[in-house]
Design a protein around this ligand. Structure first.
Ligand SMILES: Nc1nc2c(c(=O)[nH]1)N[C@H]1C(S)=C(S)[C@@H](COP(=O)(O)OP(=O)(O)OC[C@H]3O[C@@H](n4cnc5c(=O)[nH]c(N)nc54)[C@H](O)[C@@H]3O)O[C@H]1N2
Ligand SMILES: Nc1nc2c(c(=O)[nH]1)N[C@H]1C(S)=C(S)[C@@H](COP(=O)(O)OP(=O)(O)OC[C@H]3O[C@@H](n4cnc5c(=O)[nH]c(N)nc54)[C@H](O)[C@@H]3O)O[C@H]1N2
Ligand code: SF4
Ligand SMILES: [Mo]
Length: 670
């Protein structure tokens, strides 16, 4: 007889679903949704179910590997850790700790996964990656405007009149938001979708605006102008709770509605319609995705949308809000004591999206060693050629993973880690809800796979780092300490299996913002001090679609969005697709011009590289925008990051994946 356990999905996804996992004879036999989870309500996706296939896959790594003469050979943990720790000591002595780069991302939502940072702080420092491939520009924008980035409780959707899904691919990336939206729609709320592509939820919308990529800020400013000119703004909210409105208003004087309308591919009629709804069909609840901030003007875009919401009094009210991230969740834990940043003596930072360039250029000191954990850097960083070049320069690369990923293949040491359900942790990483779950250890890992934490602890021992190691129990207690005053501690969490963090359901309900002025800042002195425009302004992506010259070499825009059936690179190869080639979604306007038909083999190229995929013809999307899912293996020629640029967004050290111009042609064979 099997036994069923409550736990959660560890994948880096908006939803962090509640799981019911059944084990039998020391093995996981099924993964199902837990109907008792208040948000995910028993439904899970294929990526979650396939965690079982990943656990028991033949390709799972069971032993530490070392590359010798270009081939991986099995070695013992003792050999691996002795050699690595000896090299670390030598490097620290000769070059200082910042000659070691720790490059990590957020592949597991387990709380204790963050202790890799604690290890390097105890080591005395490192070069660390900051910013984000993911949501950096938008976070920084909301920090300037409001002091932080907080979302509303999901159930607050029932209080809204208008829902605006702005650059978020709900049905693929955040599927548990969908039923809440549909319930509100059935009760009469209007649904607006702003997205260059017309798929998923766009098909259900009362209004879908296939905007030109990277132009959303300009749309928000055009709407703000319409609202102010018509006197539709919320003067009381502006007077009481904001600063800098006059400067913002002045900025809008420069703007010509007809010009903007052409550039953004949205009729003036629709701009006015949506402006009216923002002001008069209130409250308006805006859900920002990460789509429109992956550009060189991405932060400015989010600031412009925040300003639109503030201007219309849609912030701090039930049924409103500019829901982007839900940082209050992550900020609820005792990180200072867990991570001990106070211990690092030397410290250098590289920006995640541009780390390859920074590795290539690093001199004082150069990067001699690189630890890569919780990420498949090679497939996921922009501009693969530059990533490969950077990796070539680093003498010793150590990868912690469960599989020999593209990144692991180019490593010198590969250390096998346990999978979810093979260790105990707390899952907290949702980007939109505040339910936290306890995940017990359910089964033993295969072979000699170790937890990340054990690897760091064993390395710490060899390096003589006193005080690093604590028991899991102690770490959990430290993490939960700030929640003790709400009656939440480890025993409560274990007993109840999940807790909902005591966070406000309406963000900024008291209208006291965490900005220097305590108000919503249309004008941010902090932004100005940091070298940015103090107010959101008309701004274009640097590499933008030109409407005058279709003869240019790369006339189309490539959006390399998150895959439907894979979590980045983790499931594509498990899906047993007939061919490991991405679909290339092409609007019929481009297909007709280029003579491309459904299922044709096409090559997509730019100055950085090319890829080959299969054509899928779309209608109703932006006529100059092509869409390909990210996460395919680099050797299949299907990975979009051969084409993307590794520049930075205007603020927050964010990525510019979608600012990517390309050409496309039909090919007969590879
Ligand atoms: N299935 C699945 N789910 C996932 C993930 C996954 O890999 N697979 N990844 C998770 C992670 S790490 C993240 S960060 C989230 C991301 O979740 P989303 O923000 O939904 O992710 P993206 O795929 O970046 O999709 C962005 C959407 O923005 C649109 N877009 C692109 N450029 C623009 C623009 O200029 N303006 C507007 N208005 N729209 C634009 C794209 O067409 C796309 O529909 O998803 C999470 N969920
Ligand atoms: N072109 C393009 N590229 C993108 C994006 C895009 O929109 N377009 N989106 C970007 C975004 S938003 C993100 S978040 C990144 C994601 O980038 P990554 O996080 O690098 O993506 P994954 O493919 O999920 O790789 C995670 C790896 O970590 C391993 N792993 C899982 N759990 C653990 C664990 O507990 N310990 C260890 N040590 N390893 C583990 C997995 O086996 C897998 O190999 O990709 C970015 N790349
Ligand atoms: S990947 Fe996301 S939607 Fe799928 S099971 Fe995990 S948390 Fe849920
Ligand atoms: Mo992400």
């Amino acid at each position: 007889m099997g036994k069923t356990w409550k736990t959660a999905c560890p994948l880096n996804c908006f939803d962090v679903c509640g799981f019911l996992v059944t084990t039998e004879n020391g093995k996981v036999v099924s993964i199902k949704g837990d109907p008792e989870h208040p948000i995910t309500r028993g439904k899970i996706c294929g990526r979650g179910k396939m965690l079982k296939d990943r656990m028991y896959h033949d390709d799972r790594l069971h032993y530490p590997l070392k590359k010798v003469n270009g081939q991986f050979v099995r070695i013992s943990w003792d050999q691996a850790l002795d050699e690595i720790s000896l090299k670390m000591k030598e490097i620290k002595m000769t070059y200082g700790p910042t000659a070691i780069l720790h490059s990590y991302d957020y592949a597991s939502g387990g709380l204790l996964k963050e202790l890799d940072q604690r290890f390097f702080n105890f080591f005395g420092g490192m070069t660390k990656v900051i910013g984000s491939l993911c949501w950096g520009a938008g976070i920084q924008a909301q920090i300037y405007d409001m002091g932080n980035s907080f979302g509303h409780g999901v159930e607050d959707i029932k209080n809204t009149q208008t829902i605006v899904i702005w650059g978020r691919n709900i049905t693929t990336t955040n599927m548990h938001l969908y039923p809440f939206i549909m319930e509100a729609k059935q009760q009469g709320a209007k649904l607006v979708v702003i997205n260059p592509m017309k798929n998923g939820i766009a098909k259900e919308a009362d209004l879908h605006l296939p905007i030109t990529p990277g132009m959303d800020g300009n749309l928000a400013l055009a709407m703000s102008k319409v609202i102010i000119e018509n006197g539709w703004h919320d003067q009381e909210f502006i007077d009481l709770y904001t600063v800098g409105f006059e400067e913002f208003k002045k900025e809008l004087e420069k703007l010509k509605l007809e010009n903007i309308s052409k550039e953004i591919n949205i009729d003036v009629k629709n701009i006015v319609q949506l402006a009216k709804w923002y002001a008069q069909n209130r409250p308006v609840m805006t859900f920002l995705g990460l789509g429109m901030q992956r550009y060189t003007n991405g932060g400015n875009t989010i600031r412009a949308i925040d300003a639109l919401a503030a201007l219309t009094g849609n912030i701090g009210v039930a049924g409103g809000g500019v829901n982007y991230a839900h940082r209050a969740v992550g900020q609820s834990f005792g990180w200072d004591e867990l991570l001990r940043e106070d211990l690092r003596q030397e410290y250098r930072t590289f920006s995640r999206p541009s780390q390859a360039e920074e590795i290539i250029e690093a001199k004082e000191p150069p990067i001699k060693m690189m630890f890569i954990s919780r990420t498949n850097l090679l497939t996921q960083l922009p501009n693969i050629s530059r990533t490969l070049k950077a990796f070539e320069q680093v003498e010793t690369k150590i990868v912690l993973d469960m599989f020999l990923t593209d990144t692991a293949k180019i490593a010198d040491y590969v250390l096998p880690v346990v999978s979810v359900f093979e260790e105990e942790d707390i899952y907290y990483g949702s980007m939109f809800h505040s339910v936290v779950r306890y995940g017990p250890k359910l089964v033993d890992p295969p072979g000699e796979a170790w937890s990340d934490l054990k690897i760091w602890a064993e390395l710490a021992k060899r390096l003589g780092l006193q005080g690093f190691e604590r028991s899991r129990e102690e770490y959990f207690e430290i993490a939960l300490q700030p929640l003790n005053r709400f009656g939440i501690d480890l025993s409560v969490l274990k007993e109840k299996h999940e807790i909902e963090l005591p966070l406000p359901k309406v963000a900024w309900a008291d209208k006291k913002f965490d900005t220097p002025s305590g108000k919503f800042e249309f004008y941010s002195y902090q932004a100005e001090k940091d070298g940015y425009s103090p107010i959101a302004k008309i701004m274009y992506p640097k590499e933008r679609l030109s409407f005058h010259d279709l003869m240019e070499p790369y006339p189309y825009q490539l959006l390399s969005i998150h895959p439907n059936k894979s979590l980045h690179s983790q499931h594509h190869w498990l899906n047993k697709e007939k061919e490991m080639k991405p679909l290339v979604s092409i609007p019929k306007e481009i297909a007709e011009k280029q003579g491309i038909k459904e299922k044709d083999l096409v090559m997509v190229s730019n100055q950085r590289g090319n890829l080959i995929g299969r054509a899928k013809i779309e209608e109703g999307s932006h006529p100059r925008t092509i869409i390909i899912e990210e996460g395919y293996g680099i050797d299949t020629r299907g990975n979009v990051n051969w084409l993307t640029a590794n520049g930075l967004s205007d603020m927050g050290n964010g990525s510019i994946f979608y600012e990517c111009k390309i050409s496309i042609k039909k090919i007969d064979e590879e």
